[in-house]
Design a protein around this ligand. Structure first.
Ligand code: RIB
Ligand code: CA
Length: 333
């Protein structure tokens, strides 16, 4: 069977890291390139972290640095403003007064010795897609700035993109504000450009990712394999569970979502997503209370053409089994 060619656009990020590892390890995916964007962290960190992950797996995948700030967010005075990614370690006290650290700048891996490519991510996307046979699937797992920029520079790429499966948005679940998910909130105009591009789009929102959590038991199992890849994922899951337990306790005890890995997994096995519905989705770019909201029109007769397949649920067992099987294939120390 031919491998699916994929470009991932990432803001690495611990869940991005797991998604990248899964793509590299999957026999069904040819990971053509990785582009980075500011999001979880500033662009220096998201690029550096991406290189760390590629080097950990000894993969030969080029990394292209992309946009360091959102398209136009700075232009509206009442907007959240000039978001360029956070820096520093997030620290909060939990209900018991214990210090919980999360969102560290650097992944717990050695500094990379491999280097990023000289070309900017946006031009790489334009060139690669225009030269392709229309066979590349894009998996964005951060703010959609690079992709929207590429679409504006060369709109013809929209006919060249086979499909987009992105992590972002919320149907009823939100995290950045009461109405928006982080990746969309960070660059709402970019998200609106992408969902209205005419490319077949699948949205993997928080509603789905929160149904596919990894648990501390999963982390223990991964740890017992004693491989660098499984060890890293075990550590990331443990850190995420500590933060989620403290600030966003999940329905499944001692568990946390690995959002981005679900979007990548859906390219390998679409059945990891459940209750996928074609809807009209637009992004609120008003700068108001709902700025960055993915407005999913569930009416029987929406007045605009349905444009996005929205996953409302996920098959946790299937997803966790898939990720574990990919990590299992990675050689022991
Ligand atoms: O809201 C979750 C998303 O925001 C994930 O992609 C995470 O990595 C952050 O970018
Ligand atoms: Ca991400």
């Amino acid at each position: 069977m031919t491998k699916q060619r994929v470009i991932m656009d990432v803001d690495t990020g611990s869940d991005d890291a797991v998604a990248i590892m899964a793509a590299i390890l999957s026999p069904d995916i040819d990971l053509v390139g990785l582009t980075t964007v500011a999001g979880n962290k500033e662009i220096n960190f998201t690029t550096d972290n991406t290189l760390r992950v590629v080097e950990l797996l000894g993969a030969d995948v080029p990394v292209y640095r992309g946009c360091e700030k959102a398209m136009v967010c700075t232009l509206l005075h009442n907007r959240h403003g000039d978001y360029t990614g956070a820096t520093g370690v997030g620290t909060k006290l939990d209900a018991q007064g214990r210090k919980i650290e999360y969102h560290t700048d650097c992944l717990p891996l050695p500094a990379p010795t491999i280097r990023e490519q000289p070309e900017h991510a946006v031009f790489y996307l334009v060139d690669t897609l225009m030269r392709s046979d229309g066979d590349i699937v894009l998996v964005p797992t951060g703010p959609l700035t690079n992709l929207a920029m590429a679409m504006r520079i060369q709109p013809k790429i929209c006919q060249k993109i086979k499909a987009i499966c992105f992590m972002g948005g919320g149907f009823k679940v939100f995290n950045a504000t009461g109405a928006s998910e982080f990746n969309i909130w960070a660059d709402p105009e970019a998200a609106q450009i992408v969902v209205t591009s005419g490319v077949p789009v699948t949205m993997v929102p928080l509603d789905a990712t929160h149904r596919a959590n990894f648990t501390l038991d999963d982390a223990r199992e991964l740890r017992s394999w004693n491989t660098p890849a499984a060890d890293l994922v075990a550590t990331l899951v443990e850190e995420r569970v500590a933060a989620y337990n403290a600030f966003q306790p999940q329905e499944l005890p001692d568990s946390a979502p690995l959002h981005d890995a679900l979007a990548l997994a859906a390219v390998i096995d679409p059945q990891v997503l459940r209750d996928v519905r074609l809807m009209r989705v637009d992004v609120d770019i008003s700068g108001g209370f709902a700025d960055g909201q993915t407005i999913c029109d569930t009416r029987a007769f929406p007045d605009r053409t349905p444009n996005v397949r929205v996953a409302l649920d996920a098959d946790r067992e299937r997803f966790v089994t898939l990720i574990k099987s990919l990590l299992r294939s990675c050689p022991a120390r």
